[in-house]
Design a protein around this ligand. Structure first.
Ligand SMILES: *[C@@H]1O[C@H](CO)[C@@H](O)[C@H](O)[C@H]1NC(C)=O
Length: 318
């Protein structure tokens, strides 16, 4: 339904493609950007693939926490593949374009996957809450059914969040202006190109995206404070251990939400700052997740080492 709407939108509007200005015209910076984005893109994909394989293949890691982590890695891989490959291919092109449908698709998936990641981060916080505050009931509360329920719910919320915004956008008239001062399609910029007053729509997008990002951030911060407070009350000595477990989660949450909240709640997104923040979210956050979760986690490191030696062993035999 969504995409047939986009088709209709194309029929009665003049604009059939949009043009990206990219980040800069300087050859040196473009070259740097190419190296930087290739490096981070492939490291993100590799790092997250390693997590998925390690968790899937190692029976010791078949627990709710690691299943959620592996799912987060899948989401990260999808997330950084929405805008990064096209941006990398476009860097040296003089004329960077994207079709109307391509633009809507980019927006749809980045919002759907982004919101899914937020809800999944909340599920991971809940998982830590149960593990730390109700350890005896951990396996009954976080049953496989519950994990699946969290997953399905987060995807449903993501898709609904994204569709609700786009349903209004696909029928807007686009009559001429088609320049994006950016390297990918985003909703606030797309609305400013429509040939009609979109103030109400812009407000709706700010509320919808702002609410889901600020809301999830607040829920996460409160739940982490609550966990630490509970630990401190029951065994003050355990606080430092809980802190070291949770610091990875908190780091990811701050790095993921910081740029997003700025992006959707800052009143005038005309500064160039948001373009650079967008790069941060597109490339660095998906890359940081594996780094933070794997290299600081003993079980994960042991499992990766075992997997590696098994791989080497097979190679010797064959
Ligand atoms: C995602 O979570 C589900 C439910 O816990 C699990 O069965 C599945 O294996 C996970 N996906 C990955 C890639 O680990």
């Amino acid at each position: 339904m969504l995409f047939s709407g986009a088709m209709d939108g194309m029929n009665h509007s003049v604009v059939s493609e949009f043009v990206f200005l990219g980040l800069t015209n300087s050859w040196d910076i473009q070259f740097l950007l190419l190296v930087f984005s290739l490096l981070f893109y492939f490291s993100s994909i590799m790092g997250n693939l390693v997590i998925v394989f390690t968790v899937t293949l190692d029976a010791h890691l078949h627990s709710p926490m690691y299943f959620l982590l592996a799912n987060l890695s899948v989401i990260d891989m999808v997330f950084c593949s929405i805008t990064a490959p096209k941006m990398i291919c476009d860097i040296f092109k003089k004329h960077k374009t994207i079709s109307f449908l391509g633009c809507i698709t980019q927006i749809f998936f980045s919002h759907a996957v982004g919101a899914t990641e937020m809800v999944l981060l909340i599920a991971m916080a809940f998982d830590r809450y149960v593990a730390i505050c109700k350890p005896l009931h951990y396996l009954t509360i976080m049953s496989p059914k519950m994990c699946l329920y969290f997953l399905v719910t987060s995807w449903i919320i993501g898709v609904i969040h994204s569709s609700v915004q786009l349903v209004f956008v696909v029928d807007l008239p686009f009559c001429g202006p088609n320049i994006f001062d950016s390297f990918y399609c985003d909703l606030p910029r797309l609305l400013r190109l429509a040939c009609t007053n979109t103030q109400e729509l812009e407000f709706m997008v700010t509320v919808n995206s702002g609410l889901i990002s600020v809301g999830s951030f607040v829920v996460l911060v409160i739940s982490y404070i609550f966990i630490l407070f509970t630990v401190w009350k029951h065994s003050p000595g355990g606080l430092s251990k809980a802190l070291s477990t949770l610091s990875a989660h908190v780091t990811v949450v701050v790095l993921f939400f910081g740029p997003l909240m700025f992006f959707y709640t800052w009143p005038s997104p005309t500064s160039h700052l948001d373009k650079y923040l967008a790069i941060f979210d597109a490339f660095i956050t998906p890359f940081l997740n594996p780094v933070i979760y794997t290299f600081r986690n003993k079980d994960m490191k042991v499992a990766m080492r075992k997997l590696w030696s098994r791989l080497m062993h097979y190679r010797k035999i064959s």
